[in-house]
Design a protein around this ligand. Structure first.
Ligand SMILES: N[C@@H](CCC(=O)N[C@@H](CS)C(=O)NCC(=O)O)C(=O)O
Length: 205
C-alpha cells in the first residue's frame, strides 16, 4: 500500500500509525499547492479532492478521509489501537477520532489560510482553545488520550498538538504538552518526523 502525504499535514497521523502497527508501505510526497507528485504527475488523478492523506491499496482501491483511513488501518492491525466491532471501547476510540477530525482538525484550516483575516483567525483560535480545554481534561496524566493504550486517536492528536504549538502555543495545556513530549520519544514518531524532514534537532543541525 502507498500513503500519499505532505510533511507535517494531517497525513502524519496514518503515517505514524503505519509504523506503530508495523504495516509495510510506501510513502509518496504530495505538493499541496501544485497538486503534483515528485515525478511531476498530477495528484488529482489519485485523489480528485486534492487533499492528503490518500491510501492506495494493493487491490487498486484508493481510500481517502483521514478518520476513515485510520479506521481501515486499525482494523488491519487487529489490536487495541482499534478494538473489534462489538467491543464498546471501539466506539470510544471512534468518538475521539471524530471529535479530533470535526472539532479540531478542520478548525485549523483558517489559521493556515492566507485568505482568512485576523478576526476570523481569532475566532478559530478561541474555538480551538475551548476544544483543547476538553482534551486537556481527558488526557490527564495519560499516557494516551484514552488511558493506558495507544489508539488511533493518539497519532492524530499528536499532529494537532504540533499545529497548536506552531499556531497558538501550548502553554495553556500542560497535559497536552506532556503528551506531545511522550509521543515524541516513540520510535514510530521519530521515524516519521525524520522521514518527513521535520525532526527538529536534525533540521537545525
Ligand atoms: N476531509 C479530509 C481533509 C484533509 C485535509 O484537510 N488535508 C489537508 C492537509 S492537513 C490538505 O490536503 N489540504 C489541501 C487541500 O485540501 O487542497 C480528511 O479529513 O482527510
Amino acid at each position: 500500500m502507498k500513503l500519499y502525504y505532505s510533511p507535517g499535514a494531517c497525513s502524519q497521523a496514518p503515517h505514524i500509525l503505519l509504523h506503530e502497527i508495523g504495516l509495510a508501505h510506501d510513502a509518496a510526497r504530495v505538493d499541496l499547492r501544485s497538486k503534483t507528485l515528485e515525478d511531476g504527475s498530477s495528484y488529482l488523478q489519485i485523489n480528485p479532492k486534492g487533499a492528503v492523506p490518500a491510501l492506495a491499496l494493493d487491490n487498486g482501491e484508493v481510500l481517502t478521509e483521514n478518520a476513515v483511513i485510520l479506521q481501515y488501518l486499525g482494523d488491519r492491525a487487529g489490536s487495541d489501537v482499534l478494538p473489534p466491532v462489538g467491543d464498546f471501547r471501539r466506539y470510544r476510540v471512534l468518538e475521539m477520532v471524530n471529535f479530533i477530525t470535526t472539532e479540531l482538525h478542520k478548525s485549523f484550516s483558517p489559521l493556515f489560510s492566507r485568505d482568512a483575516g485576523d478576526e476570523t483567525k481569532k475566532f478559530f483560535r478561541d474555538h480551538i482553545a475551548r476544544k483543547l480545554d476538553y482534551v486537556e481534561g481527558r488526557l490527564g496524566s495519560g499516557p494516551f488520550v484514552l488511558g493506558d493504550t495507544l489508539t488511533l486517536a493518539d497519532p492524530y492528536l499528536f499532529v494537532i498538538s504540533g499545529w497548536t504549538d506552531m499556531m497558538i502555543g501550548l502553554t495553556n495545556w500542560p497535559n497536552l504538552t506532556a503528551f506531545r513530549e511522550r509521543l515524541m520519544q516513540r520510535p514510530s514518531v521519530r521515524h516519521v518526523l525524520r522521514f518527513e524532514g521535520l525532526l527538529k534537532e536534525e533540521v537545525a543541525g
